[in-house]
Design a binder for this molecule. Structure first.
Ligand SMILES: [Zn+2]
Length: 533
């Protein structure tokens, strides 16, 4: 069988893998690339496979970086089924049309600018209609139930403990009478998250494809409610709002659980908690009526204490854009939870515009911020940022709490991996920036003595039973290829010039030494660029 890495390879977004067994082609996730312009350019590229030839998709969870290109896939002629859990199915029902709405809106803005500049109009990546058609391909599957995709491929969805409905997927492939087992971790949750169950422990596999978002980091171990209370109380004392950019699905509901506890115990003052994101409101509704997937603590709260962990009297939902804009006029501090979590789009932008410049306000990040996102720039301490076309000076207190992450950290990933009792043939490390994956690869080598491989975009692994080899992807983009060639020429020129300067006296002559230093600088910058390509 062949496994092609189509996304989340050397980065955290765009999750997608193509599994080919004989003539069967199964896609695992079909996620959108998010973050910088170079990364998001991948969304516009043609698929590296023929979409009409794909038999089915198995989808780990609803987050857009795992599901967001499914409407594009269907638009390109995919006719098969998309297998996902009931909750993932329902969440995609709101998230894919929402994503389509953003695509249509972005294209409209681009075209308005383009018209003035005399450029050709651009098409949205996909439309709301495309998203609706895509939803008709979904087929819900139960957790812990083996689904036979064909006589030679069986799969089983297990709770990944990441967001409600999330799954890791076990895949059994039988070739020439021998069965090989792959486990796709999907996004692996952090144990002890409120409401949702802990990640399932699996003890058998030949190959694991594991995410490494936090492969080089440990979540800080601290009292989350205590920390949250201190940030909120300090902000209230200054008279400022608490703005929480949050992923609509998952993180928002986790935050509701903590705020529920803080308000109920009186550890923060009475104040409105506002969910200002139509998507987060719909997602919360889906969470509220899918209690069958809650963990025992949340079930006990619901049925023994008759206390809903997601609801509180202070909670308000703002459905319309007018209601949202009215929040800018609030005269008393409020907690405003809005999307998108990385501040790339959505209503969060106008809350940032109205609060970033106020020294009394707090902006509280509770999730991963991808390279190139506005959220990442704020967390890294930018003093000035552009929001909705306006330059805003950052005076608000910026807090970043990573303990709220829905992803396992280095130790939790290792604990999950160490539960496998069979000798693993290989672990593929995906869904991580290169530093995270490389650090984690080193740790696996030391502690588990299992081989690892960090794939690049387009790499193809051939798995023959427990023997595997990878055909590395060529640099396909002509622009990148041209840049490589250009940098090669510069590199040769550098060596040539350096030689000449050394012959002229080098370090002995201060003028020549100065030229050599600037040449070194250019060369090191050039190498960095080359490594980054
Ligand atoms: Zn996710």
């Amino acid at each position: 069988m062949k496994l092609t890495f189509l996304g989340a390879a050397g980065m955290v977004t765009g999750s997608s893998y193509l599994l080919e067994v004989g003539t069967q082609k199964i896609l695992v996730d079909c996620g959108m690339f998010q973050g910088s312009k170079t990364i998001t350019a991948n969304n516009r590229r043609e698929f590296l496979y023929d979409p009409t030839a794909i038999d089915c998709v198995i989808l780990t969870h609803a987050h857009i970086d795992h599901s967001g290109l499914l409407p594009k896939l269907c638009k390109a002629g995919f006719k098969g089924m998309i297998y996902a859990t009931k909750v993932t199915n329902e969440l995609c029902g709101i998230m894919l049309p929402d994503s389509a709405h953003i695509q249509e809106f972005d294209a409209e803005i681009e075209n308005r600018k383009g018209k003035r500049a005399g450029r050709k109009p651009v098409e949205p990546l996909y439309s709301i209609d495309d998203a609706r058609i895509c939803l008709t391909h979904f087929s819900p599957v139960d957790y812990d139930t083996v689904v036979t995709l064909s006589p030679i491929v069986k799969v089983c969805f297990r709770d990944a403990g990441h967001i409600l409905g999330s799954a890791m997927i076990e895949v059994w492939v039988t070739e020439e009478g021998k069965t090989t087992k792959l486990v796709f971790s999907g996004d692996l949750g952090q144990p002890n998250q409120p409401i949702i169950k802990d990640p399932t422990l699996i003890d058998e596999a030949d190959y694991i494809i594991v995410e490494t978002t936090y492969g080089n980091r440990l979540h800080e171990d601290y009292d989350k409610e205590e920390k949250l209370a201190s940030i909120i109380n300090a902000s209230v004392a200054r008279g400022g709002n608490i703005i929480i950019p949050s992923f609509a699905v998952g993180r928002t509901q986790t935050m509701l659980y903590y705020l529920h506890n803080l308000l109920k115990s009186g550890r923060i003052p009475e104040m409105p908690v506002i969910i200002d994101s139509p998507l987060a409101i719909s997602a919360t509704d889906i969470f509220l009526h899918n209690t069958q997937d809650y963990d025992t603590e949340a079930i006990d709260m619901l049925y023994k204490d008759h206390d809903n962990p997601l609801l509180m009297p202070q909670l308000r939902f703002t459905k319309t854009a007018e209601e949202s804009r009215a929040l800018n006029e609030l005269d008393k501090p409020a907690i405003i939870i809005s999307a998108s979590g990385m501040c790339d789009a959505g209503r969060i932008l106008h809350h940032l515009k109205h609060n970033l410049w106020r020294s009394e306000a707090s902006i509280l990040f509770i999730g991963y911020q991808a390279q190139g996102s506005l959220g990442r720039r704020l967390v890294e301490g930018a003093r000035k940022v552009k929001v909705l076309g306006e330059e805003i000076s950052v005076k608000a207190k910026i807090h970043s709490l990573d303990g709220f992450s829905a992803h396992a950290d280095q130790q939790q990933l290792l604990t999950w991996l160490s539960y496998f009792k069979t000798k693993l043939a290989n672990i593929f490390l995906v869904h991580g920036e290169s530093e995270a994956s490389e650090t984690f690869a080193q740790i696996i080598k030391e502690k588990m003595e299992v081989s690892t491989y960090i794939p690049n975009l387009g790499d193809v692994a051939t798995l023959t039973g427990r023997v595997w080899q990878v055909e590395e992807a060529e640099v396909t983009s002509p622009a990148v290829k041209q840049l490589h060639d250009y940098l090669d020429v510069l590199d040769r020129e550098y060596i040539e010039q350096r030689k000449k300067l050394e012959q002229m006296g080098g370090a002995d002559n201060s003028k020549i030494a100065e030229i050599m230093r600037s040449l070194e600088k250019v060369h090191s910058y050039m190498n960095k660029t080359l490594n980054g390509l």
